[in-house]
Design a protein. Sequence first.
Length: 516
Amino acid sequence: MVEAVPVARFEGLHARWFARRGVRLAAWTLWALAGLAVLAPFVCDARPYCVRAAEPAALRRGAEALVASGATLARLAAQSDAEFLAQRLAGSTWTREAALERERAYLAHELERLAPQLPAALQPELAAARSALDEVAGLDRQLRGLAASVAELRDEEFLARSEWPLFAALEPLSVLALGAWAAAAVLLPVRRPRRAPRARTLWAGLAGAVLLALAWGLVRPAGDELDPAAWKRRLAEPGVRVERAHFAPLPFHYAETNSSEAWRPPTWLDSDAAVLVRYGEPAGDAALRHPLGTDGLGRDLAARLAHGARTSLAVGIGAALLLATLGTLLGALAGALGGLVDLAISRLIEVVLCFPAFFLVLACASLTDARVLPPALFVALVIAFVGWTGVARLVRAECLRVRELDFVLVARAQGFSSARIVFTHILPNALAPALVALSFAVGSAILIESALSFLGLGVEVPVPSWGALASETRNPALWWALVFPGACIFATALCANVLGEALRDALDPRAEVGRG
């Protein structure tokens, strides 16, 4: 059986690719920028890692609210279906059974919240209220007695409750990105590499990242769905007894505003302490309170830059992968099959090339409804739609050359199907141009996304991206709002292009002959 002939220039590719010190520096810089995006939820957030506190006032209000909910549940249980339908709000689709179940679920959730913070003396009353939930009989009386007992407690009698707000808000996708980022470090050499890392090690790291993300979805702690900045207000309320609270190094959410710090320069340059300082934040004159300054709404620029990296890199890498995949498939079909398929795909390429790419992106982005597609996803799709033609032309030309080689002719003579010849014999030997184009596409996609966000057609406010951050001011006196986002865009595009050029040289057989 004839198999695809392995391309010799893929052998030792890792060593040739990272042979130069500048290329290794570019790879590590990109890895560090990706780390900025991956670690953003852990480093920049207004939610505390963990907090242990007692909230007497809030618990008393919650116990009083239970009385009203218990009365509602008792009223629903006493009504007939006809009476419920007669009193139902116009346009509502709730049934009596669904409304009963909703009130029961709410009361059960609130009782569970109360349980760890009430002293042992009230636990029997709490258990009696739980048992009365199923039959409703006597529930109203039990809840009134529980609320009266809670109101009589002294503040110091309430027990502190431990919560993990930041980890409760952490999505499994963020855990997967963190694991993949750590596994990618295996590919990056510190010194001139002699051989490539074992594929088994890389696959083991990726499998570990997937398993970690799946496990996190099961063990993630429960938490209140609060606005991130609300935790600072909650812990600063009078009467709240905080035993411990650990915040992130930069305890600011990317959308958290502070009008007293609008356009504040980096705090290692400005020691003014006359600002509003919320619970858990560094002092107003702390050198690292806002290490990169703030924007016009007093939002921390470092937090917005880190979370903006998530948007810009996700759009850039996602768009590059999409356009490379689409261009490779269409180019391979055009070059390997020829005939009408090649004619149709070539004409399609010419039609797309007739339109200026950036203006086509602008037109599509301006006509998009953010309620239908997330803006970041749509930007990635549009960039891929207008950028696949270059990859397709490169892969088509390479497939036209490869399909005339002897091993492809032998495969045809043996009666192999066209699909097997294309995807097993031709395409693996024509991937070199696609890989090079992919590395260049990452930088160009990030630049396009930055330009769209700069013009206000990128992601929605207040979600940040590097381009949107750079567009917030034109005043050179506010240099920090221009320099830091611009430096991130420049560094990412530069490093991606350096890696692309190095990969092109490593895959060039003429360069290999010159080195020999």
